[in-house]
Design a protein around this ligand. Structure first.
Ligand code: URA
Length: 279
């Protein structure tokens, strides 16, 4: 084949762009894990060269303790329900007993309109705990978290970094489907929170992943939106636990289904998670 000169290459590129080709794809596959690792190593090496040695550790972002009921203006009866939930949660000594306690808890109004209680799916001995927002229609039917369309995408996200439901445990901030898939109210989330906190305590995961803005808000107790919270490491329980748990927020799979352009950011966040799991 004769080589093209510069103006012929330019004309060819113009032709491609006009035809709608705006991305180049190599004929041979690229191992992006390897590329990302090499970039991270190069970045770390460059940083080590330019950063003067310092005695004090780099500042870390600490998440505040979960908000107290009195701070969030609860409706009548909610304080009582939260007290009940705390008592039930505290007396559950295993994840299975916690599940039974949740099924027996009548304080959360969401239970009245739900078909089933959705507590966990995955492996209760796993060291990666994922917490979503709340069950949707399919979850309500099957009584398990993330078994509908969001769950399908979640499985693909996990598979992209060699994880699956054998290696993670999945739950939600509320255990009953909010009618019409609306976001759980502050008081509904507060009523379920003692159970979520107890689940985290019983599992004591190496890593806590919160899925979506609503879960990030209640578990990291941060007012910022998910766009600002995602892709950063927080310390869950820095004020209450001797050893805080590294926590990260990811875009919720349901959001990614509606906004596929954000999958690029989610992929970067998953690589961060994978890197953390490998250290
Ligand atoms: N969305 C969630 O946040 N949780 C589920 O279990 C399903 C969809």
């Amino acid at each position: 084949m004769t080589a093209l000169n510069a103006s012929q290459v330019k004309a060819l590129m113009r032709w491609y762009v006009d035809a709608g080709v705006d991305e180049t794809v190599s004929e041979t596959p690229t191992n992006w894990f390897e590329v990302t690792r090499k970039l991270a190593e190069a970045r770390a090496a460059a940083k080590a060269e330019t950063t003067p040695p310092s005695k004090s550790p780099a500042p870390r972002k600490f998440s505040r303790a979960p908000a107290k009921p009195a701070d969030i203006g609860l409706p009548m009866g909610a304080e009582e329900a939260i007290k009940d939930a705390r008592g039930l949660a505290a007396s559950a000594s295993t994840v299975a007993k916690l599940g039974e306690a949740i099924v027996g808890f009548g304080g959360c109004p969401l239970k009245k309109t739900a078909t089933n209680t959705c507590f966990i799916d995955g492996n209760p001995d796993a060291k990666i705990l994922l917490i979503g927002e709340g069950p949707g229609a399919e979850e309500d039917r099957q009584g398990k978290p993330f078994v509908g369309p969001s769950g399908v995408l979640l499985d693909k996200m996990l598979a992209s970094i060699d994880l699956n439901r054998e290696r993670v445990l999945i739950s939600n901030t509320v255990f009953w489907r909010p009618p019409g898939n609306r976001t759980p109210t502050t008081s509904e989330a507060a009523m379920c929170m003692p159970f979520v906190e107890r689940l985290i305590e019983l599992v004591t995961p190496d890593v806590l992943i919160v899925l979506g803005g609503a879960a990030a808000k209640v578990l990291l107790n941060e007012a910022q939106g998910i766009g600002r919270l995602r892709g950063r490491w927080f310390d869950y329980g820095s004020e209450t636990r001797e050893k805080p748990i590294p926590a990260m927020a990811l875009f919720h799979p349901a959001y990614l289904l509606r906004s596929p352009a954000q999958k690029k950011e989610a992929w970067g966040d998953l690589l961060m998670l994978r890197e953390r799991l490998e250290t």
